[in-house]
Ligand binder design. Structure first.
Ligand SMILES: *[C@@H]1O[C@H](CO)[C@@H](O)[C@H](O)[C@H]1NC(C)=O
Ligand SMILES: *[C@@H]1O[C@H](CO)[C@@H](O)[C@H](O)[C@H]1NC(C)=O
Ligand SMILES: *[C@@H]1O[C@H](CO)[C@@H](O)[C@H](O)[C@H]1NC(C)=O
Ligand SMILES: *[C@@H]1O[C@H](CO)[C@@H](O)[C@H](O)[C@H]1NC(C)=O
Ligand SMILES: *[C@@H]1O[C@H](CO)[C@@H](O)[C@H](O)[C@H]1NC(C)=O
Length: 260
């Protein structure tokens, strides 16, 4: 019975993906946030192909419930699907409280990180909500990140922080595909990056309102694809698929709260 869940989950999203050609918008979209510019609630980056958008949002379920006091997140969603469906969330564990949303900014800092901050106008200070936490590049390179870094929402749904005027600008300094939330999009990879040591895996949401880290994770282990129940110590394998081909996987698994 349990082994059915992952297939069900793939199917659900497969259906949502079908109508992507239904409502193409012709407005010129902006896919880039450059250093020196701030991005606030209501602003949107849209990938060049129009398929993905990035912005601040409240989980759909929380706008249905009457409370106007729910958390805000920065995320990427399918831009052409009527049902609001996120594919990535930045500040899963650091939601922005509703009273702070109008003083929240997304921007690129002097050292090249993409950050979410809340400005405290009276005190003239700001507090850090979320950051890409890249290594401090001002120490390792002479690139003036203040003028050359930008965050670009790519056609694949990958948010990439790049150095814009450099010959190596195709290599992102940071990308959301390396830090997936609960969805793997085609083109993203799970598992170990041998160069950086990063183990890319996805983790289910806590609930439809609280997008924080939930009970299940999906990633690669030494023999294949595994879903773990994270809250057990040690984590319990909930579902396992052994295959030599999992690294080239192009399926779209989503861990839904249905699993909880
Ligand atoms: C996109 O944003 C950049 C700054 O980030 C701005 O220079 C440019 O004019 C914008 N383009 C559009 C089409 O709005
Ligand atoms: C938000 O909701 C919580 C729990 O219901 C409550 O304690 C808090 O005071 C509320 N905050 C605001 C700003 O309304
Ligand atoms: C944020 O600003 C908008 C537009 O001015 C306003 O309608 C909304 O009530 C504000 N929200 C908060 C939480 O202050
Ligand atoms: C990065 O390094 C520079 C030069 O050493 C330093 O001035 C700056 O404060 C550092 N930034 C952070 C975020 O550590
Ligand atoms: C980086 O660019 C900014 C804006 O043009 C400038 O104020 C700053 O002096 C530059 N820093 C370096 C180290 O060149």
């Amino acid at each position: 019975l349990f082994s059915m869940h992952p297939f069900y989950i793939v199917l659900v999203l497969g259906l949502l993906l079908l109508p992507t050609s239904c409502c193409s918008s012709s407005a010129p979209a902006n896919d880039t946030l450059v250093a020196g510019r701030v991005f606030t609630v209501g602003d949107k980056l849209v990938s060049r192909n129009g398929k993905f958008a990035l912005g601040f949002f409240q989980p759909a379920a929380s706008t249905i419930s009457k409370s106007s006091n729910n958390s805000w997140y920065l995320g990427i969603w399918f831009n052409k699907i009527p049902v609001f469906t996120t594919v990535w969330v930045a500040n899963r564990e650091e939601p922005i409280t509703h009273p702070n949303i109008n003083s929240t900014q997304l921007k690129i800092t002097r050292d090249g990180n993409l950050v979410i901050v809340v400005k405290h106008a009276n005190a003239g200070t700001e507090s850090l909500v979320w950051s890409t936490h890249m290594i401090n590049r001002t120490q390792t390179s002479n690139i003036n990140t203040t003028t050359t870094s930008a965050a670009v929402l790519l056609n694949t749904g990958n948010l990439a922080v790049k150095v814009t005027d450099s010959p190596s600008s195709d290599l992102p300094l940071w990308q959301s595909f390396d830090y997936p939330a609960d969805v793997v999009l085609p083109g993203a990879k799970l598992g170990w990056n041998k160069v950086t040591g990063l183990n890319r895996h996805i983790i289910s949401k806590k609930s439809l309102i609280d997008l924080g880290l939930g009970s299940y994770s999906l990633g690669l282990d030494t023999t294949g694809l595994a879903i773990l129940e994270r809250r057990k110590n040690p984590a319990v394998v909930f579902w396992h698929w052994a295959s030599s081909k999992t690294l080239s996987m192009s399926i779209i698994p989503v861990l839904k709260t249905i699993l909880d």
